[in-house]
Write a protein that binds this ligand. Structure first.
Ligand code: SAM
Length: 220
């Protein structure tokens, strides 16, 4: 409880330098051209919010952590323009009908969810056929020595950083969930520590069922 409060309270301050150096630009690039109905999972304190354009006609921000959600609600209340709905739900169980969104946004969330495969199945379910997952996520290092450090530190890191895993292979998991990459890029989150520096960002499309692409299980 106290750890969750501290994380939420200091999140924006802790992220500020990385926001200035790279994250704010990635956020703008990721959501700045979206339109239609958009769901963001694990919205945190709402650092993507200011980048959504008015062409997004329905914006739902979901966040299960009450301390994060309080800050999110404050940012939403301060924002003029198109209406935004904040909901309390985990991404493993999204409270929306099938095919109800054009885009799902996930930034720095799939590292922390309890069950990434279930989350990706839910994302796929709520996307309309042809809809897109827009994401950036930190992932396992490709350098063996950094990866060994990540494996070593991961248990303590998860405890302190809200279940944040350091060694997930999120890009592969997205593909395994039946979402086809239309754009993928590996980039460095600077000046974050090496342990969380490697980021995958991109877009992955929900293939229509009749295109014959079924989800398969992936190891995380
Ligand atoms: C590192 S923060 C990222 C916040 C925000 N997306 C951003 O880009 O700054 C991770 C967020 O994922 C949320 N989260 C953790 N587990 C989750 C789950 N199972 N479903 C949805 N969100 C979750 C946390 O509460 C937290 O707000």
């Amino acid at each position: 409880m106290i750890r969750a409060w501290i994380r939420a309270h200091f999140y924006d301050r802790a992220m500020r330098t990385a926001e200035d150096r790279c994250l704010a630009g990635w956020r703008r690039e990721l959501v700045g051209d979206l339109s239609g109905h958009v769901l963001e999972i694990g919205s945190g304190t709402g650092l993507n919010l200011s980048h959504y354009p008015s062409t997004v006609t329905r914006l739902v921000l979901s966040e299960p952590d009450p301390f994060m959600r309080r800050q999110l609600e404050t940012k939403v209340a301060d924002r003029a323009g198109n209406s935004v709905q904040v909901v309390d739900c985990v991404a493993e169980k999204l409270e929306f009908p099938d095919a109800s969104f054009d885009t799902v946004v996930s930034t720095l969330v799939l590292c922390s969810v309890r069950d990434p495969q279930q989350v990706l199945a839910e994302i796929r379910r709520v996307l309309r056929p042809g809809g897109v997952l827009a994401y950036f996520e930190h992932v396992a290092a490709d350098n063996p020595s950094t990866l060994r450090w990540q494996q070593l530190v991961e248990p303590a890191w998860k405890f302190l950083a809200g279940n944040c895993h350091l060694t997930r292979h999120t890009h592969e998991s997205i593909q395994a969930a039946g979402l086809d990459p239309v754009r993928t890029e590996h980039v460095a989150m600077i000046p974050a520590p090496q342990l969380v520096r490697r980021v995958v960002k991109g877009l992955a499309r929900r293939v229509p069922e009749d295109a014959g692409r079924a989800p398969r299980r992936a190891g995380f």
